[in-house]
Design a binder for this molecule. Structure first.
Ligand code: SF4
Length: 333
């Protein structure tokens, strides 16, 4: 097992990014996750760190919506967070070649960054310091070596996995750890109307900013969806949101749905005109990052007003990133 290497001075300045998946994704990996990826990613991080129920999380995304990118960046992020204390993510998929092999390549790309170096071992393990991901095939005849999933068990392309294999060989890996199971899959229009409605919700909310309850959503979706072509519509909406109707710079002049849209001015003001921006150094997120970086590096904590320091520490404790001693002094878990 490789001990964690001291961070270079250049890498130290990226440590605050470990306080937040969005900052890690944008500044360390350099490939910012989209809002819907971050929403799922934050739920998985919360469960893996034990600050949310550590049971089952299902991530359903259309093809090309970035499920594999999310998974790779999450693995790199969780490995970085666990590189000193150690831990294991087990990832399985219906086949080793090409699915897990592709996952390994992607994690290797994303995890070799300004903060961490990924090392391969045995052809199916990738490590950062004392933390690792084991990639194991869930094909019915695959020989699965004994493993313990202490951070998470990821099941990729879960809709194609053999349930009996998962139950017999993979779920016992969680028996001693109670780590979360994370299923990644793709919704198919013919088989999963509930998931179509959920995806539709996201697209509709991005268009007019109105949050809807499940029933209102299902009614509105039934009005809007072309019968029998929900999957194609869903994919088109995802692509539209990612490439044309972007939250900050909607490209209305080339938008194919311009005739039926009131344009960005029809959106609620908050959705297109966020208020004046606060300096980042004045935010609690900055304070959290500096405090965490100091703890990881063993440096003196930054000077902060007592109230702000307490707010930042309380947030880090709530997120499972620090523990507090009897006198309130912070330490790493
Ligand atoms: S016209 Fe503009 S605001 Fe309307 S959907 Fe297209 S890009 Fe978005």
């Amino acid at each position: 097992m490789a001990p964690p290497r001291p961070l270079s001075a250049g890498a130290q300045r990226y440590l605050p990014c470990l306080a937040d998946l969005e900052r890690y994704s944008g500044r360390v990996v350099g490939l910012p996750l989209r809002p819907y990826q971050l929403e799922a990613g934050r739920a998985i991080v919360a469960a893996a760190l034990g600050r949310a129920p550590r049971d089952l999380i299902v991530v359903i995304m259309a093809r090309q919506a970035g499920k594999n990118e999310l998974s790779a960046q999450l693995e790199a992020y969780l490995l970085a967070l666990h590189c000193r204390r150690g831990g294991t993510i087990v990832k399985c998929a219906p086949t080793f070649h090409p699915q897990l092999y592709t996952s390994m390549q992607r994690l290797s790309d994303r995890g070799n960054n300004a903060l961490t170096t990924v090392r391969g071992r045995l052809g199916f393990v990738l490590e950062v310091g004392r933390a690792r991901v084991q990639f194991l095939s869930a094909a019915p005849g695959a020989q699965v070596v004994g493993a313990t999933a202490s951070i998470a068990l990821e099941v990729d392309e879960a809709q194609d996995c053999d349930e009996e294999k998962l139950t017999r060989d993979f779920y016992p890996m969680l028996a001693a750890t109670n780590a979360p199971r994370v299923y990644y899959g793709t919704a198919w229009a013919e088989t999963d109307p509930l998931q179509r409605a959920k995806q539709t919700a996201r697209a509709l909310e991005r268009r007019d900013g109105v949050r809807r309850g499940p029933r209102a959503l299902a009614r509105r979706a039934a009005e809007l969806l072309p019968e029998g072509r929900a999957a194609a519509w869903n994919q088109a909406m995802m692509e539209l949101g990612a490439t044309v109707c972007r939250p900050r710079r909607p490209a209305c002049d080339v938008c194919p749905v311009r005739p039926g849209c009131g344009g960005p001015d029809a959106l609620p003001a908050a959705a297109v005109r966020p208020g004046a921006r606060q300096r980042f150094e004045a935010t609690d997120r900055w304070a959290r990052g500096r405090l965490l970086a100091a703890l990881v590096a063993g440096d003196a904590p930054p000077e902060l007003a007592a109230e702000r320091r307490e707010r930042a520490l309380a947030g880090l404790e709530r997120d499972g990133l620090v523990l507090r001693g009897p006198g309130g002094e912070p330490r790493l878990p």
